[in-house]
Design a protein around this ligand. Structure first.
Ligand code: C2E
Ligand code: CA
Ligand code: CA
Ligand code: CA
Length: 275
């Protein structure tokens, strides 16, 4: 039994080594990807619930690896955060999204995700303002999406950065709302313009009365705080109908549109009513 145990240990050790090795290789490839245009930004429609019309798009980064094909951001964004690569990668996404969105009709907004590591980086506010200036995108057309992870770090500095964005006219969204810990105190403390209800609640709404109650409560909370509420992950007509019934402001999800490459955004803009 003893030797079998040791064998098992060696096996796990070898597995760990491989995972570490694999991560290192992937990190090297990501660095390469950033330098050689393997990254692309796709755009998912953000829709007004009652009009069902496109208000703008969320920028979502895409990576096509030369050998492995498409790799999910859920896999490589955490890696980029740990390695520090998220700083140049995040700046690239922001610059690309702002440049491309500047060519859209001027009532269309562009939402860009910012990671906690970008907030820890000293120059974030200045970098965002520089990119707006250089791309000519009016600040009121930009929305920055952040998660709770950003808020737990260094609250004074984070608040200062968020206030700088506010003063410039940039809007701020709280992403994945409801999945973390003390979201309610954050709503009081930080200047959010929008809450995005996490898709896990939207998916359960039809069959789970508790989820429906939570969604209803968040919509009411948003209304009384004058914060726009967006439902994420809307996949069915039934879900959209429930949200319309609750007078939810905005929705996003595969029912309303998948993330699209830039060339398909133009078609959608020409034909703005979706259902
Ligand atoms: P997120 O910010 O919550 O983005 C929404 C994710 O949900 C996207 O996945 C989108 O494709 C997916 N989604 C939207 N509607 C539906 C739906 O109806 N059903 C289902 N099943 N999924 C839906 P994606 O593009 O794989 O991105 C995953 C996460 O990676 C994002 O979650 C975000 O946290 C991160 N991410 C993506 N792009 C960036 C980026 O440029 N910068 C940073 N910092 N993070 C990014
Ligand atoms: Ca997001
Ligand atoms: Ca989200
Ligand atoms: Ca409306």
């Amino acid at each position: 039994a003893k030797s079998a145990g040791r064998g098992t240990f060696r096996f796990f050790e070898a597995q760990m080594d491989m995972r570490l090795q694999e991560r290192r290789l992937l990190e090297r490839d990501l660095r390469q990807a950033l330098a050689t245009n393997q990254l692309e930004v796709h755009y998912q429609p953000l829709v007004d619930c009652d009009q069902v019309k496109v208000l703008g798009f969320e920028a979502l980064v895409r990576w096509t690896h030369p050998e492995r094909g498409s790799i999910s951001p859920a896999e490589f964004i955490p890696l980029a955060e740990e390695s520090g690569l998220i700083i140049p990668l995040g700046a690239w996404v922001l610059r690309t999204a702002c440049t491309e969105a500047a060519a859209w009709p001027d009532d269309k907004i562009i939402a860009v995700n910012l990671s906690p590591a970008q907030f820890r980086h000293a120059d974030l506010a200045r970098e965002v303002l520089t990119i707006l200036d250089e791309t000519g995108l009016p600040p009121h057309r930009l929305e920055l999406e952040i998660t709770e992870g950003v808020l737990i770090d260094d609250t004074d500095r984070t608040l200062e950065t968020l206030n700088t964005f506010k003063e410039a006219g940039v809007r701020i969204s709280l992403d994945d709302f409801g999945t973390g810990y003390s979201s309610l105190s954050y709503l009081q403390r930080f200047p959010f313009d929008k809450i995005k209800i996490d898709r896990s609640f939207i998916w359960e709404m039809e069959k789970n009365p508790d989820s429906m109650s939570i969604v209803r409560a968040v919509i009411a909370l948003g209304r009384s705080l004058r914060i726009t509420v967006t439902a994420e992950g809307v996949e069915t007509q039934e879900q959209l109908a429930l949200l319309q019934n609750e007078q939810c402001d905005q929705a996003q999800g595969f029912l309303l549109g998948r993330p699209l490459p830039l060339r398909d955004v133009g078609k959608l803009l020409a034909e703005p009513r979706l259902t």
